[in-house]
Design a binder for this molecule. Structure first.
Ligand code: SF4
Length: 262
């Protein structure tokens, strides 16, 4: 079955995106979906309301997959054996996508019978109306947190609507000395993924950097990253919720099909 999924991935490569902040996973810029065994990451757009200096999958394309094409992709992967769906971007919960994402979650759960659905978001445009309308088809909401922001509100919405909550953090020179563990404890996150900021030529570093930002001043060493993770492990109530990925791990992953919904 994984072979079928790999074949599908090669066929289904419309312009897409991955949120560097939240997934920490380099993928070919035209790839839409990554697969590991029975889980898929689905990227229907690269558009985002943020312009993070460390973003390594920037909005090179304004393409947004149509609802019909989104459903076709999700159906083909389901038929090939995928059971876990994670929707990412870009930012998948920009207001103009609220209806689309809600419908994709409903379609995936009700008609395709995906076992689990999740979203990775920067958390900036979540609304209680969206949760009221669509959270019954959502199992996990992942929100990026590199410092304080929309996190408390997102966690509260998840609690209120019975959606599991997880956090992702990209460690940069700007936050490497911070300790977010009290916030993580407060939100009751079921998982905290911590990534070392990753330079990628043509995306966030060098002359071809898409937004003209060079991530170089934000880089941290492996030792600094390890220190951050150690502090985080010492601070959280349950260290087993932490999963870290340094640059070496992430750079080893581009060709590896994997799950971000685990
Ligand atoms: S929030 Fe938007 S700009 Fe920031 S890393 Fe994610 S996709 Fe890139």
């Amino acid at each position: 079955m994984p072979q079928m999924l790999r074949a599908l991935r090669q066929r289904l490569v419309p312009p897409g995106a991955v949120c560097a902040r939240t997934l920490g996973t380099p993928v070919p810029s035209a790839a839409t979906t990554l697969v590991d065994g029975r889980a898929i990451n689905f990227f229907f757009t690269r558009k985002c309301n943020y312009a993070c200096k460390f973003c390594f999958h920037t909005a090179k394309s304004s393409h947004v997959l149509s609802e019909a094409d989104c459903k076709r992709v999700l159906r083909l992967f389901r038929e090939a054996g995928a059971v876990k769906l994670n929707i990412a971007g870009g930012e998948p919960l920009l207001p103009q996508y609220h209806g689309l994402v809600g419908e994709l979650l409903r379609y995936s759960k009700q008609e395709l019978a995906y076992e689990s659905t999740s979203i990775i978001s920067n958390g900036s445009r979540l609304t209680s109306q969206w949760f009221e309308a669509h959270s019954r088809h959502l199992d996990i909401m992942g929100v990026s947190v590199d410092s304080l922001g929309h996190v408390r509100r997102a966690a509260a919405l998840c609690r209120e609507h019975g959606v599991l909550f997880k956090l992702n953090t990209v460690v940069t020179a700007l936050n490497v000395h911070e300790d977010l563990s009290p916030l993580v404890n407060e939100t009751g996150a079921m998982r905290w993924k911590i990534f070392q900021v990753l330079p990628m030529g043509g995306e966030n570093t060098g002359a071809a950097a898409t937004r003209g930002h060079d991530v170089a001043p934000l880089l941290v060493t492996a030792a600094q990253f390890a220190e951050y993770v150690a502090r985080a492990r010492a601070g959280v109530s349950d260290p087993s919720i932490i999963e870290e990925e340094d640059n070496a791990t992430m750079q080893a992953r581009p060709r590896r099909l994997h799950s971000m919904t685990e």
